[in-house]
Design a binder for this molecule. Sequence first.
Ligand code: HSE
Length: 444
Amino acid sequence: MAEPGKVGVAVVGCGTVGGGVCALLTRDGRTLAQRTGRQIELRHVVDVDFTRAKALGLDASLLRTSLDDALNDPQTAIVCELVGGTTFAKALIERALRAGKHVVTANKALLAHHGPELYALARERGVSIAFEASCAGGIPIIRALLDGLLANRIDALYGIVNGTCNSILTAMTQRGQSYADALQDAQRLGLAEADPTLDVGGGDSAHKLAILAALAFGQRIDLDAIPTEGIDRLQLRDLQYGQELGYVIKLLAIAQQREDGLSLRVRPVFIHRDHPLAWVSGPFNAVSVYGHAVGHTMYYGRGAGASPTASAVVADIASIALGTYPRLFTDLPLFPDRAEQATQLPLAAVQSRYYLRFSVEDKPGVLGQITTELGSQGISISSVLQHEPPDGSGDDAGVPVVVTTARAMEGNVRTALAALDGLGAIKGPTVCLGIVDEHEEELS
Ligand code: HSE
């Protein structure tokens, strides 16, 4: 039996985040005890490679290669899964839950794919799964949704939730680097993985959006039905035209509750330079949440890194030790294993403004064809930008014409572009990026 006021913890996976958690629990244990009134004790560090554990100076008596020691230890109430991945980690969490341990995890991919079944298993065993660190690193956004914002009907959520992408886009915007150069620099600085696909392809943001939207709207989300586009096909010149028009590019995870369903998407979009999310630069993350009572709230901080992520993991540990989180997990109907399946709207139903860059043959009447086709789909033009080519003529690739539109249905925009791209005077596939205006508060 555990001693009253004392809570044992096992950390499984002593890599970057696991090492950060071990460091915070051991180095700052006294602060944690003062702030929580609980003795939170690191009792097991489970891994196969203890390089980081040794570098941190962790006591050798804590290090184990088998999870069994932690699962069989009645003094250990909490198992932190910090190995990542979706196969081994899932089996590990299931074993911990079956052994009656609470689980803390930062594993967004696992929860986005398998959250509901794992939450259901936890309930069956009378324990909880806490996952503050899975979304936006050290920002307590899950706690905000499950606690501070509970009085609200959530209308929309907009997040910059991937620091790798935000670093690359910031470098492209502020330093005029190409995507390839900015990615290479981010990799050199440790801001991007050697294989950056999950980050730059938007998949990581989609995982986080699936988790956040489920809690924000109290609905079950189908990850595979979230339209996801990354930053890897962006061209510097579009960012520069956007800047000329007053916009900056951001990879946004967007969730909007509409009368006909939930519109979810991850994609690079332009936001005006005065938009509240526009100044979020480099590896930082931010999430804007709009509630009907509170209006706009915004949460900002570091989305990755050992110490910020450990801050969120240890907050979960503390909340479990205090009994606060298990109570929320047990009582709130917001978790997706208890919620209705969301009606997720297709991309064609998105309503937005758009940035379109056409590459056109430099001859009379082409602009007229563009405006006529857009007009026939009910799309109103907000601005047209064309620079005179330096030598007075275009090249084989055509001359760029940038058009921004008023609010339109994406399906109509795609229909117009398909028709225009079939015309001889339009040279290449047209670049189409959304322009996201600041969400209007609907206070009531
Ligand atoms: N790879 C993520 C990012 C951090 O770049 O924000 C972990 O979710």
